[in-house]
Design a protein around this ligand. Structure first.
Ligand code: PMP
Ligand code: GLU
Length: 397
């Protein structure tokens, strides 16, 4: 008899976390690796948020809360959704969890069962597919290439819908491509989805505040679909709070209730201290995040220029998030010292070994003609990393 359940062998390890682990291991051995693998802001959590958490500890706010988060927190999130996104979710429609990742998992597990279809624009964020697999659903991928700024067209979505489709799942600003859907583009997508009243929409807006072209738009504001939109967000990116583990969703009541039920049996609520920190973050004017966004934009411009200097990499100019997703097929078939590069995964392994720079293979996001790098690190390290990449890539003949 197999020791492990079949779902474990069906599941792939998170490639973002795997590359981060590999570079940590090399660093521990004394290798000077620059990791551009993990999407994690290198800033500190704002002091005012840290103070709120310290106060919560001193006030002994140390007991179980409601599974979905305590009421005043959910009220603060409801106000944030209205203030920043013009989204109407009342406190009963909010579920706070241990990160946007868990919020997505809760929502998918609530809606998707064996054989149900989920339409996902590709490139997609690495965990979407694996979460759908855990729910025993099928992913129906809708591909968008670099020539369309990685944005899918409404007619592609229509063509992907089957009688079994229950969910449309996407991120904007997008991880890994940095693409940001405009209000008009979201309206065109909503117009198609409005024709299918049984399809829910998960809008992953975790990069909301890391947007270089203005305010991020939410599909949940569009009247024809708003009753079916689950909006996911969290503190990890905008407030540099990856380790605090707080995410949240606004959802139709039936979905919020289902997520509360699932979470109640698996994790209970997230940490009470992190919840207090989250309440403060929700009350802050979003302008507190702008200096971080502006720094990311400077880094984006710097890296964009340096990529232009590498003839084999083709990239879009990402409008948000903090990733580049260049096309690298120019290097396929080339080799160095007997190492032949056949795809993005081979290229990442070669670059880790030769340049000591950790990237993530595009395969993790749906296309192995690409690689992803995160520019959430200092300008000095970015310049050093890009120079190393350029040198190592030039060795491939
Ligand atoms: N969605 C996207 C698109 C992400 O890049 C990430 C990575 N942080 C998450 C969700 C999960 O974030 P969290 O740390 O809140 O679980
Ligand atoms: N979301 C980040 C990334 O894509 C963090 C890693 C993860 O949560 O998988 O790199």
């Amino acid at each position: 008899m197999e020791i492990l359940a079949a779902r474990v062998s069906r599941l792939s390890e998170s490639q973002t976390l795997a590359m981060a682990r590999r570079s940590r291991e090399l660093k521990a051995k004394g290798v000077d690796v620059i990791s551009l693998s993990l999407g994690e802001p290198d800033f500190h959590t704002p002091d005012v948020i840290k103070e709120a958490a310290k106060k919560a500890i001193d006030d002994n706010f140390s007991y179980y809360t409601h599974v979905c988060g305590y009421l005043e927190l959910r009220q603060a999130i409801s106000k944030k959704f209205k203030r920043d996104n013009n989204l109407d979710y009342d406190a009963e429609q909010i579920v706070v969890s241990t990160g946007a990742k868990q919020s997505i998992a809760n929502a998918v597990l609530s809606i998707i069962g064996p054989g149900d279809d989920v339409v996902i624009p590709s490139p997609y964020w690495v965990s979407y597919l694996e979460i759908v697999k855990l729910a025993e659903g099928n992913c129906v991928l809708v591909k968008a290439g670099i020539e369309n700024d990685f944005k899918v067209k409404p007619e592609q979505i229509r063509a992907a819908i089957t009688p079994k489709t229950k969910l449309f799942l996407f991120s904007s600003p997008c991880n890994p491509t940095g693409s940001v859907y405009s209000k008009q583009e979201l309206e065109a997508i909503a117009a198609v989805l409005a024709e299918y009243p049984n399809i829910y929409i998960i809008a992953d807006e975790i990069y909301e505040h890391i947007n270089f072209i203005g305010k991020s738009e939410s599909i949940g504001t569009i009247p024809s679909v708003k009753d079916r939109v689950i909006t996911i967000n969290g503190l990890s990116k905008a407030f540099a709070m990856t380790g605090w583990r707080v995410g949240y969703m606004g959802a139709p009541k039936e979905i919020a209730k289902a997520c509360d039920k699932i979470q109640g049996q698996i994790t209970s609520a997230t940490s009470s201290i992190s919840q207090k920190a989250c309440e403060t973050a929700m009350q802050l004017d979003p302008s507190i995040t702008f200096p971080m966004r502006d720094t990311f934009k400077k880094r984006r411009d710097l890296v964009y220029k340096m990529i232009q200097d590498i003839s084999g990499m083709k990239t879009n100019l990402p409008d948000g998030a903090f990733y580049f997703f260049p096309e690298v097929s120019y290097y396929f078939g080339k080799s160095y010292n007997g190492t032949v590069i056949n795809n993005g995964t081979d290229l990442c392994l070669y670059l880790l070994d030769n340049a000591k720079v950790a990237l993530v293979p595009g395969a993790a996001f749906g296309d192995d003609n690409y690689v992803r790098f995160s520019y959430a690190t200092s300008e000095d390290l970015l310049v050093k990393a890009m120079n190393r990449l350029k040198e190592s890539l030039a060795l491939l003949k």
